[in-house]
Write a protein that binds this ligand. Structure first.
Ligand code: CAO
Length: 436
């Protein structure tokens, strides 16, 4: 470790925020120049490819200069701010020391960060300002039901907006966020290009720097496009799924959960994966090895105002449908407020993109590297079909498109897997035979 100045000026670097993370976007400052700072006091919030992370101070001292503005991309090891440190300060790592730390302790650091983020996420409470409470009241939202994403679990205005949008009390939160002037600060001045609010009547060219998850998507899709893919498309009859969902809604209303089709699809997917583990694998190009993953960590693509993010539901093979529903809801809430932890978005083994919840017959996505399969679900649509006796009858049909890494999977394996999954979706009672 380099010599440490005591009672002097020190540049505080951006330490490693997770394995393989080279840079982060500075989202916001919690401190300003001239402010006295305690050890462990939050300094700023940054966003990596994987998660939003609060950076806390290792020092007691005074901020003499902030070196970046929100929106800047800061490299790991680069100075974030300058501080005049307290005479009695203990250990004060320098930039070089932080970089050493990066090399040696990235794994530990990542776990620490994931842990601290998780701890923060677990804090549920009714910490909020009167204005936010009033806002919740106006919308008819019970504030106790809302997960606070502010400091120490504080419930913010955008938490209320996201919750209301998710529960269908309001239109999509992203639309409101853009319209809402206080929320403009939340998203930054830069309106996300994939979020529409009103019609735009300005015809000047504009340059939009890629930030946050959008930047990560650009990187990961460029990588994925190099992989030889093949697509397998199938139609699935969802009549039984619709009945089952209606039955869950009616019979289990006391659970206070909104059931959608997705948890049923996720559970039946896991069941089919148990028979075809090759679809739940990762490919290591360097060693030319396929790693069959023991857990079914099923990723769900979520388009948010902050970009596309894919949190995953861990160990689906051992979760009940109620547990999957609750976990999906937790992940969706955190995704909308940009508060997913790196644990939530790491370790996925296969991905579902339910594009049909927005619209469209089918999509043809690219795999989420190093996974080898991604499944796009189209919109469930009622169409006329001939039954076995040749009579026309209505059926709720959904197109599924399985995109796979052709270096690992062949068409026959995917077709067999799809037949199995389709059987579970069309006759969900079969799930009971195998469920543990
Ligand atoms: N076809 C028809 N209806 C569908 C559907 C589908 N494929 N998927 C969902 N729905 C319905 C739901 O049942 C629900 O209906 P009700 O309001 O009548 O109950 C409604 O659409 C809204 O569902 P939802 O989106 O809130 O919930 P979900 O569990 O189905 O999906 C989530 C959760 C997080 C995947 C979803 O909210 C979301 O973000 N979807 C966007 C998908 C996306 O961004 N894909 C990425 C594309 S780029 O790879």
């Amino acid at each position: 470790m380099a010599d440490l100045p005591v009672g002097g000026v020190i540049d505080v670097p951006l330490a490693q925020t997770g394995e393989g993370i080279a840079e982060c976007e500075l989202l916001k400052w919690f401190v300003q120049e001239g402010e006295e700072v305690e050890e462990f006091q939050p300094l700023c919030e940054v966003q990596s490819d994987k998660a939003t992370i609060e950076i806390t101070s290792r020092y007691k001292g005074k901020v003499s200069k902030v070196l970046h503005v929100p929106g800047n991309i800061v490299k790991v090891g680069e100075a974030l701010l300058r501080m005049v440190i307290d005479e009695n300060a203990s250990i004060l790592p320098s930039v070089e020391a932080a970089q050493d730390l990066v090399a040696q302790d990235s794994k530990i650091n990542e776990l620490d960060i994931a842990d601290s983020v998780l701890k923060k996420e677990k804090i549920r409470g009714v910490l909020s300002t009167p204005a936010v409470r009033n806002f919740a009241k106006q919308l008819g939202v019970t504030i106790e039901d809302v997960l606070g994403t502010g400091h120490d679990g504080r419930i913010l205005r955008e938490d209320i907006l996201n919750y209301a949008a998710r529960k269908g009390i309001l239109k999509a939160s992203s639309e409101i966020l853009i319209e809402d002037s206080s929320a403009k600060n939340f998203l930054g001045d830069q309106t996300s290009p994939n979020v529409s609010s009103a019609y735009v009547w300005e015809f000047e060219d504009r340059s939009l720097p890629l930030r946050g998850f959008h930047r990560a998507m650009a990187k990961s899709m460029t990588l994925a496009a190099k992989i030889p893919h093949f697509q397998y498309v199938e139609e699935v009859n969802c009549d039984a799924l619709l009945d089952l969902r209606a039955s869950f809604q009616n019979e289990m209303s006391d659970l206070g959960i909104k059931f959608t089709f997705l948890p049923l699809l996720v559970k039946s997917l896991s069941m089919a994966l148990s028979k075809y583990p090759l679809l739940n694998s990762c490919f290591n190009e360097e060693s030319q090895e396929v790693l069959l993953k023991g857990s079914h960590n099923i990723g769900i693509a979520m388009a948010t105002a902050h970009g596309l993010v894919v949190p995953n539901i861990k160990k689906v093979q051992s979760l009940s449908i109620v547990e999957i529903t609750k976990e999906l809801s937790r992940l969706q809430e955190l995704a909308l407020s940009n508060k997913l932890s790196s644990d939530d978005v790491s370790g996925g083994t296969i991905t579902i993109s339910n594009i049909g919840s927005i619209g469209g017959k089918f999509g043809s996505p690219l795999v989420n590297v190093p996974e080898v399969s991604i499944i796009a679900l189209g919109r469930i649509q009622k169409i006329p079909l001939f039954d076995e006796d040749g009579n026309l009858c209505p059926a709720s049909i959904m197109m599924i498109n399985i995109s796979s890494d052709h270096r690992v999977l062949d068409g026959a394996t995917v077709a067999r897997f799809c037949n199995e999954w389709k059987r579970f979706i069309e006759k969900p009672e079969l799930l009971m035979l195998q469920m543990r």
